[in-house]
Design a protein around this ligand. Structure first.
Ligand code: ADP
Ligand code: MG
Length: 483
């Protein structure tokens, strides 16, 4: 059926200036299902110009009050709910994840619109005391033109978690989705147009990082870049943004510890540890890829996790029986397979799940779930982000050892702690250098709470009240009352 997608620039659906296109494949089969504009600097410049003009002429969205901005986002939430199933299926076809997981993503997208729709009218300023002869007003203003550069693992969620607060704040936005997954990104303008978003506020440009992403970062007309993706590209963006002293927030990778103490509620810890690394095929920046298990229960826990892992059913994400889908691309499949090979030389392969049997899926990008046991925390598979269904199990003895091991990594995005002992849980949570710590759970990232990394996992926070802060500038207005 190979649908031909188009860019959305200044309220119009357009081709790339030079007419270039690239193919989008269904990761379950490897078949080409669509093509998208292979945009370059000229396309990006058009979008930036329009976003700049819209912002500058109107100061922020032209003549749009906070109430109206909020209402548009609330209407968008309802439209996403109405189209929930269609959007979820689109997400699965694009990135491979099981439909049940895509449905969860889209439900959260609707809530993100609702949550930040509420925030639009609740950004308050301050009045600091400056003596009897003056009045100081501290007001919050939109940061300006925002570029959102997003990854392929949660395509719509990652876009909306930037876009919704940016629009609530009054910014104009250019979205550059990952080249692997532009489907739902291009639904966003349709949804917001129907919700009443004025022309020129949002633009979506598809294409590759160097040709369509880099010009957004280097442009002097873009005020802020919100990026989610790899640490390598995060570094490039920070360097490229330096010339124009751009505001940059980075949500990068992780190598998150998942700590199972011997006194944990056993079944819950086993299930949570498996979900933590095998959910979304392990293509999760916060995946609990290092599973530390206290020696007293090590063998039993390993066996229980192995049993659960063997029961995972790989298949087409659209098949309701599927519990793990394909990886997003051939490139990602090969990358994860390379790590499995490396792991074979570093640790003991405890489990290798089964590939799907259906011959129609023989061209899909499947990697079965894998558990490596007795892993050394300094092994490459324990140090480097794999971004696939590969669990490294590491034994430990006692709190001090596991804290030292957990924190001995360049990343610091998230961590999970499993124990019935509340003092040990809190002590561990406080000592871990991570942006999110789950106690007796793994992976929840509610829209109401901040999300982001310590150390090399990133800069800044998204979601919650913190998620709108980075789209605002602070202005001080000083009034001399003695004249
Ligand atoms: P992955 O390697 O897992 O695909 P990336 O970090 O490369 O993740 O990609 C995340 C996003 O960053 C994508 O939208 C991609 O196109 C974009 N990107 C990649 N390279 C650059 C770059 N040099 N400048 C701006 N954006 C980029
Ligand atoms: Mg890349």
């Amino acid at each position: 059926m190979a649908e031909a997608l188009q860019n959305y620039i200044d309220g119009e659906w357009v081709e790339a200036a030079d007419g270039g296109r690239f193919d989008i494949t269904n990761p379950a089969t490897g078949e080409v299902i669509a093509s998208a504009p292979d945009s370059g600097p000229r396309d990006v410049e058009r979008a930036i110009e329009a976003a700049r003009r819209t912002f500058d002429e109107g100061r922020w969205w032209p003549r749009t009050s906070e109430r109206e901005r909020g209402r548009i986002l609330l209407r968008a939430a309802e439209i996403v709910r109405r189209e929930h199933e269609r959007l979820a299926r689109m997400e699965t076809m694009d990135c491979g994840k099981p439909l049940a997981e895509a449905r969860g993503d889209i439900a959260e997208v609707a809530f993100m619109f609702e949550y930040y729709g509420g925030w639009a009218t609740k950004v308050h300023g301050e009045i600091p005391p400056v003596g009897p002869g003056a009045l100081s007003l501290v007001v919050k203003e939109p940061v300006g033109v925002v570029a959102a550069i997003t990854p392929w693992n949660y395509p719509m969620m990652m876009a909306i978690q930037k876009l919704a607060p940016a629009l609530a704040a009054g910014c104009t936005v250019i979205l550059k989705p990952a080249e692997q997954t532009p489907f739902t990104a291009l639904e966003i303008p349709r949804i917001l147009e129907e919700a009443g978003l004025p022309r020129g506020v949002l633009h979506v440009v598809t294409g590759f990082g160097e040709s369509a992403g880099a010009p957004l970062v280097s442009s002097p007309k873009v005020d802020k870049v919100g990026f989610t993706g790899s640490r390598e590209v995060g570094r490039i963006i920070m360097r490229a943004g330096a010339d124009t002293l751009k505001r940059v927030t980075l949500e990068l990778g992780g190598k998150s510890p998942n700590i199972v103490f011997a006194d944990a509620e056993f079944e819950a810890a086993i299930e949570g540890s498996c979900v933590g690394i095998f959910g979304n095929q392990g293509e999760v920046c916060s995946a609990g890829s290092r599973v530390f298990v206290e020696r007293a229960i090590y063998d039993r826990a390993l066996e229980a996790m192995a049993e659960r892992t063997r029961a995972i059913r790989l298949g087409d994400g659209l098949d309701e029986e599927t519990t793990m889908g394909p990886l997003v691309s051939r490139e990602q499949q090969e990358r994860v397979e390379r790590y499995i090979e490396i792991g074979g030389g570093e640790a003991r392969l405890a489990v290798m799940g089964a590939r799907p049997e259906d011959p129609r899926l023989s061209g899909g990008y499947f990697v079965p779930p894998v558990i490596f046991a007795d892993v050394d925390n300094r092994a490459r598979i324990a140090r480097e982000e794999i971004f696939g269904p590969v669990m490294s199990v590491i034994p430990f003895s006692g709190l001090d050892e596991v804290l030292a091991l957990s924190n001995d990594n360049d990343y610091g995005l998230a961590a999970a702690v499993w124990t019935r002992d509340i003092t040990k849980a809190i002590t561990t949570a406080r000592a871990l250098r991570a942006g999110t710590v789950w106690i007796n759970d793994s992976q929840p990232a509610p829209t109401e709470a901040p999300w982001g990394g310590f150390k090399q996992s990133g800069i800044g926070r998204e979601l919650g009240a913190h998620g709108i802060e980075d789209f605002l500038e602070t202005k001080h207005i000083y009034v001399n009352l003695s004249r």
